[in-house]
Design a protein around this ligand. Structure first.
Ligand code: SAM
Length: 322
């Protein structure tokens, strides 16, 4: 359709087979129908029905296992070696998705929990307020994981907690987007969630696919972040409504709003320590402490001098400083 986005109003399983070459996609983020009567889901969420788009295509629960197997086989085929797959799922049919993933060559990296507000209210049991986000990679190629794309290694909260560590913990608290009086799809994923995944697991120019576009939220985030987008949506209503909007989106327009990680790069990150280098660190540490530097300042200075992260320096000190 354009150099930034290619979208098809058709079944993703047949569509992938027909149109998407093997090993061609860098990242897939997708949110399949839940198999729980999702075509009536808005009633649970107390939404004003005139603002909820019709045309969500659901999958009967008795077909869910086979359906999951078929689309996940396609996802595996189109991912490039080293490419990443993120699947958003509720708990009801999670087992079918996990079983289908286990039948592929894809390797599990993380099982993230997305905790949201506005859980479905109930008096008779606990209130459900999370989704599962399954992160897998296809083996055989370089994996993109930009660990310091959002927070630098040295950035701290006021309470001295690492912002980078916090951002990469596997429970994400992200609110659903509340859009009173605006037309929406059922189960629209928040931009914040999509931005986070796209930043960590792709680079500008990469191809990001979503097999179940819904409101095209993955595609919007991808194009807004300067990636290319590809996707499928079976519903005619949803497709017609959202494909129009996407053409008004300026590629890369969300990049300038991203937070720039602060702090220096760490050139020797991941390199093995030599004994000589370790001894130099220990000598320098003693000298800095002898000059009256605090432990924290000394570690910071050594990190800069040796091109190493704070934890790496700390590790050497704890293991070798007698
Ligand atoms: C959970 S929603 C996706 C919501 C989307 N992530 C968003 O943020 O708006 C699942 C979507 O998959 C669509 N769908 C169902 N079966 C499909 C199929 N076989 N191929 C493509 N799309 C399908 C549904 O119509 C629905 O819009």
């Amino acid at each position: 359709m354009s150099e930034w986005g290619t979208f098809y109003n058709e079944d993703c399983i047949k569509g992938c087979r027909r149109r998407v070459p093997p090993n061609s996609v860098d990242l897939i983020i997708t949110d399949p129908p839940y198999g729980i009567g999702g075509d009536r889901l808005h009633k649970h969420y107390n939404r004003r029905e005139e603002f909820v788009l019709d045309g969500y295509v659901e999958v009967p629960s008795k077909h869910y296992a086979e359906f999951s197997r078929r689309w996940i086989t396609e996802a595996e085929r189109i991912l490039r070696p080293g490419g990443s797959l993120y699947v958003v799922s509720g708990y009801t049919n999670l087992r079918h998705i996990l079983n289908a993933l286990a039948e592929t060559s894809l390797v599990e990296v993380n099982h993230l929990i997305w905790r949201y507000n506005f859980g479905v209210y109930t008096r008779a049991k606990y209130i459900s307020s999370h989704y599962h986000v399954l992160y897998y990679v296809k083996p055989g190629g370089p994996v993109t994981f930009n660990a310091f794309c959002r927070f630098g290694e040295a950035e701290r909260t006021d309470g001295e907690r690492s912002l980078n560590y916090q951002d990469r913990e596997d429970v994400w608290i992200i609110n659903r987007e509340y859009k009173p009086g605006r037309t929406k799809n059922k189960n629209q994923l928040p931009m914040e969630l999509l931005t986070r995944i796209i930043q960590y697991s792709s680079n500008p120019g990469d191809l990001v696919a979503d097999l179940f576009l819904g409101s095209f939220s993955t595609a919007k985030a991808a194009i807004g972040l300067g990636r290319r987008a590809l996707g499928f949506e079976l519903s005619k209503t949803a497709f017609a409504h959202h494909v129009r909007q996407i053409h008004h989106l300026l590629p890369g327009s969300m990049l300038s709003g991203l937070r720039t990680p602060r702090g220096k790069s760490v050139p020797n990150r991941g390199k093995a320590w030599t004994e000589r280098e370790r001894n130099r660190v220990l000598r320098r540490y003693r000298a800095l402490r002898g000059q009256g530097k605090t432990k924290k300042d000394a570690i910071q200075m050594l990190g800069d001098e040796f091109g190493r992260g704070r934890f790496s320096i700390l590790n050497v000190l704890e293991r070798f400083e007698s």
